[in-house]
Write a new protein. Structure first.
Length: 69
């Protein structure tokens, strides 16, 4: 995730709620957001859909949650 997207996510969305909605743990979500772990396309899709739902705009895509190498 880019620094800009990470800042926007943290500003717009409660990460604990995002983790709950995407059925993952908060520590694992933190690792994904900080590019320390990669996640499946399925989980990336859940995270993007949940993040967009929580802030009612289509800002995030699954690719935002895929690890940037």
């Amino acid at each position: 995730m880019t620094a800009e997207k990470k800042a926007e996510l943290k500003r717009l969305v409660k990460l604990k709620l995002l983790a709950h909605m995407a059925e993952t743990s908060l520590p694992y979500l933190s690792l994904i957001i900080n590019n320390h772990r990669s996640c499946s396309l399925d989980l990336a899709d859940k995270l993007a859909r949940s993040a967009n739902q929580l802030q009612s705009e289509l800002i995030f895509s699954p690719l935002d949650f895929m690890r940037n190498n």
